[in-house]
Ligand binder design. Structure first.
Ligand code: 5GP
Length: 171
């Protein structure tokens, strides 16, 4: 059952404005490639990049995550690889939410194997109390408590991704 709003669409708007400014300030002397981690990134990535005035290249990677459960399986499988050559490029990994940090750590390893110049993480949400592996989130929308949330790209068994606000999913 859908519960209360955790991050409203107005709050998301404000985060997008701030993050777009922070990112553009970071682009100096760089050739940025944004790699979205599918599928949760889609709304965040498109709304964020539309607020950026300089050119960024876009690509996507997909790894298996929670499936139909609300607890992490703790292992990640590559479902869709990137196609852009990221060698010597400045990569910004676009994630919906960082929970245990397991997914992101594995995705970073996959990208690092292609020898980019740099990799930085851009995440809309983070649940620091759930972290099992420390990951550096260089650009963050906001921290949230240990709740399972849906909406704005985040799903439960593929449902709710299209909702404009981020809400808690209750049992
Ligand atoms: P991690 O590997 O950091 O534990 O999990 C990252 C992935 O788990 C996210 O990209 C997302 O797909 C999923 N995930 C983690 N927390 C939540 C949550 O609260 N709601 C939803 N819908 N997915 C989550």
């Amino acid at each position: 059952m859908l519960g209360q709003i955790v991050v409203s669409s107005e709050e998301i708007e404000a985060m997008l404005e701030r993050l777009a400014e922070e990112l553009e300030a970071d682009f100096e002397g760089k050739a940025p490639v944004f790699i979205g981690v599918l599928k949760g990134c889609v709304f965040f990535l498109t709304d964020l990049t539309r607020r950026i005035r300089s050119s960024v290249e876009l690509d996507f990677i997909q790894v298996s995550s929670y499936g139909a459960s609300t607890t992490s399986s703790g292992s990640v499988v590559l479902v869709k690889d990137i196609t852009v050559d990221v060698r010597d490029r400045d990569v910004y990994l676009i994630e919906d939410i960082v929970d245990t940090g397991i997914t992101l750590t594995d995705v970073i390893k996959l990208i690092e194997a292609r020898h980019p110049k740099s990799i930085q993480v851009v995440a809309l949400l983070s649940k620091p109390s759930r972290r099992k592996i420390e990951v550096d989130v260089a650009f963050l929308g906001t921290e949230i408590d240990d709740l399972f949330v849906v909406g704005y790209g985040l799903d439960y068994a593929e449902a709710y991704r299209n909702l404009p606000d981020i809400r808690v999913l209750e049992e």
